[in-house]
Design a protein around this ligand. Sequence first.
Ligand SMILES: *Cc1c(COP(=O)(O)O)cnc(C)c1O
Length: 361
Amino acid sequence: MNDFRAESEELRAKELDAVKRVLHSGWYILGGELSQFEEKWAGVCGTNYAIGVGNGMDAIEIGLRSLGIGPGDEVITTPMTAFATVLAILRAGATPVLADINPKTALLDIASVARCISRRTKAILLVHLYGQLRDMRAWKNFCENHRVLLLEDCAQAHLAKSEEGFAGSVGVFGAYSFYPTKNLGAMGDAGALVTNNKALAEQAKKIRNYGQSERYHHPEIGMNSRMDEIQAALLDVRLGWLEEFTNSRKKIAKSYYQKIKNHKIQLLDTPEDSDSHVYHLFVVLCECREILASHLFSLGIHSFSHYPIPIHLQSSCLGIKIDPMGLSNAESHAERCLSIPCHPQMSSQDIKAVIDAINIF
Ligand SMILES: *Cc1c(COP(=O)(O)O)cnc(C)c1O
């Protein structure tokens, strides 16, 4: 599903230089490497601010806390996401409410979200699942009409762009993860919050650093969640490859859409346009998903499910608030989804092998 060892020698050499530079600087936390990466990442996302934090989950929690969203407040999101999305809402002290997905995209369904709105709803946290940005204008209007905040979990959507702008620049904040397997990944944990809101950015900078305003002054009850200098320096290097890597993912997806032909396999809807999907994952749907996975494995092809258990069926979340009409689309998707290899180190033979293996299934 990923092959970092196959990355170019040129990239590896630049990464080693970056690490050496940090070691020689003698400055490891909250220094020049982080400020430089933050400035670049804000530029890439088209936002005024980027705040480097410990990981993607913390980015969401810090964003919520910076907005004062906490106990008594509801945040609507999707059951078809990484557990971290919902865990961040819980960690902020707020109440997650799960709406159903659109079966054609696996993204939040607007009608289901509308059923979940209550007097306590403060925000809708969209997850740009698999790298898809969709209906951003509709979501913006929906949130304005209901007087709730639009928030974005961009952990899978680096460089995804809609007519409203890049992922993370449309909502009040966007939360990015740079977990190693993400489209832009560090060599450890890292994340960032992007926003155009100055007050939110200032609050987030305090919260990530013990709630500290200036040394030894703690006006907030904060956290310890800072992106370290080595990760920032590595991300700065890897950012130079992101566009090329993203284009490779798009090319692979294009081949899959053109050449996968098997009546037992369904594909999700194609994106609105070529900018709006960055294929963090390429997902197929199959009624006999486990048999398909074993078939692929027998041919040396790995696959995973994203995600086999929707959040509301996790044993720790059984009492969670959901759409009164249920989450049947998410449950059905969870049973059928399979992510097949789609990463920048795949050769054309690798891509053909996956297509052939699926077509003979
Ligand atoms: C990876 C991921 C996260 C969590 O990111 P971490 O950096 O691992 O904390 C959150 N949401 C989604 C959708 C993700 O894919």
